[in-house]
Design a protein around this ligand. Structure first.
Ligand code: NAP
Length: 296
């Protein structure tokens, strides 16, 4: 009997590759999208050319009503849900002191609460069937933390906690819950980084390459086919974590000094910061402190 899967955020990037990989392996996939209807339709068309059927469904994963409709649609049409890939997510680079209430709430709602809403809606059917596989897409930043991405890191760390706890709770119902923590993966999410920044990051990764969405999709497929792994967080990051963490810590230190001591001057006189280039802050803070030392 064919397995039925819902993949959230499947219009682009990692989710799109997960939907493709599962569909190609014989799973019936409901590929969720929100804003990128064109890309979702192109995914459907791409697979249809290979005679593979896929359902696309528009739902905002921060909206409980729309989630309900997507799950009801799936259950009415296919009668069950075996696999849930909670992938939809957003990122934002901002200094901690600049994160507004709205930024925080949007981040937590999209990256963490959505995983709770989706899972809560799907679980009763899995429990009834005594079968299920839930895969949550976290991030290495949820394990080691990223400077200028505290809200993102918090949400991703929350996913890991949810994964471990829920795996214990639903294990007796034969439902496995795991997380994947990707490193830096080549998708639209990293569009803010310049080619040079990506190259530099690549050099800091021991495997000397940025990851591809297909590598995450392969792991999703593998977890779907396993039946004894649960409560785990699998890092797919080319072993980048420790090295990048040190760099980030150094930047953070400069950034904190910069924010506490001279934020006003910087924002008023030197530059209106776009808050998207960690390195820019590092440079500005170096210049500032050099000047200060020189003047004093
Ligand atoms: P991406 O290319 O920007 O794609 C994000 C996907 O999430 C899109 O399909 C988007 O759908 C969907 N999405 C966002 N908000 C949504 C909402 N409210 N409702 C429904 N769908 C929504 O990002 P990606 O790199 O593939 O990221 C996928 C996941 O991997 C995220 O959870 C991300 O945090 C995680 N991750 C990524 C990286 C990386 O380096 N790329 C690293 C670690 C973890 P629409 O466009 O249709 O709205």
């Amino acid at each position: 009997m064919r397995k039925i899967a819902i993949v959230t955020g499947a219009s682009r990037g990692i989710g799109r590759e997960c939907a493709k990989a599962l569909a190609k392996s014989g799973v019936t996939v409901i590929a969720n999208y929100n804003k990128s209807e064109k890309q979702a339709k192109s995914l459907k068309e791409e697979l249809e050319k290979e005679n593979i059927q896929i359902d696309i469904f528009k739902a905002d994963v921060t909206n409980k009503e729309e989630i309900k409709q997507m799950v009801e649609y799936t259950l009415n049409k296919y009668g069950k849900i075996d696999i849930l890939v909670n992938n939809a997510g957003i990122s934002q680079i901002k200094l901690f002191t600049d994160i507004t209430d709205e930024d925080w709430e949007t981040m937590i709602k999209t990256n963490l609460s959505s995983v709770f809403y989706m899972t809560r809606e799907v679980l009763p059917n899995m429990i009834h069937n005594k079968n299920g596989c839930i895969i949550n897409i976290s991030s290495v930043w949820g394990i080691i933390g990223a400077s200028c991405e505290v809200h993102y890191s918090s949400a991703k760390a929350g996913i890991i906690g949810m994964t471990k706890a829920l795996a214990k709770e639903v294990g007796p119902s034969n439902i496995r819950v795991n997380a994947i923590a990707p490193g830096i993966i080549e998708t639209d999410m990293n569009n803010e980084l310049t080619k040079e920044e990506l190259k530099e990051l690549e050099m800091e990764i021991p495997l000397k390459k940025i990851g591809k969405p297909e590598q995450i999709a392969n792991c999703v497929k593998w977890l779907v086919n396993d039946n004894y792994i649960t409560g785990q967080t699998i890092k797919i990051d080319g072993r980048m974590d420790n090295r990048i963490k040190n760099k980030a810590n150094q930047s953070t230190l400069f950034l904190q000094i910069l924010v506490c001591e001279c934020k006003e001057q910087i924002s008023k006189t030197i530059i209106k910061p776009p808050y998207c280039k960690r390195r820019l802050y590092l440079y500005i803070s170096c210049v500032y402190w050099s000047l200060l030392t020189f003047l004093l």
